[in-house]
Design a protein. Structure first.
Length: 179
């Protein structure tokens, strides 16, 4: 694995923080990208910015969620449903038809390595990889509790007066008090 890949995967190791138990949202994805950028070599960061047309990692970190609004078929690409009781991944079961974050991260990394890939294709691939690294580090996006990576989970916030229930939402729509 290259230094860039290691930085992207390890740089987003924010899942250990108890205050980030729910989805990151835009800010969380930007933080993961900032951490990754700080752990990349200057040459790797310069190359990434060149692929992104001068944009920073954090500027494109939420692009895949925005893209998903008009491309619903990419929804399953943002999570993998590994049963809570399993200690290892069974790709045939956990990632049917390779429609999960792990398979698509691998795919987009291969696009980035392809010397014949068009610049626009590489830019799109890098945007997906940057975002998916954040998704991979969200606890609810990589385990199966029957909730599509946490996307079907109802959140409840209790107050002294009454509980408030939030319908299933994308991680970028979670109420700030829940983050």
């Amino acid at each position: 694995m290259s230094k860039t890949q290691v930085a992207l995967f390890l740089g987003g190791d924010t899942h250990r923080s108890p205050t980030l138990g729910f989805g990151w949202g835009r800010e969380g994805h930007e933080v993961v990208a900032l951490i990754a950028g700080q752990n990349m070599s200057p040459a790797a960061l310069k190359r990434a910015r060149a692929i992104l047309g001068g944009a920073s990692l954090e500027q494109v970190a939420n692009w895949a969620d925005e893209y998903q609004h008009d491309h619903r078929e990419t929804g399953p690409w943002h999570y993998i449903d590994i049963p809570l009781s399993d200690s290892k991944i069974d790709m045939a079961h956990d990632c049917p038809n390779r429609q999960c974050v792990t398979a698509h991260t691998e795919h987009f990394l291969s696009v980035l390595k392809d010397p014949n890939a068009a610049p626009a294709t590489k830019a799109e691939a890098l945007k997906f990889v940057i975002h998916f690294v954040g998704d991979l580090h969200q606890p609810l996006h990589d385990e199966d509790d029957g909730d599509k990576g946490g996307n079907d989970r109802h959140l409840a916030r209790c107050s002294a007066w009454r509980p408030t229930f939030y319908p299933p939402s994308k991680d970028s729509e979670a109420p700030p008090a829940m983050l």
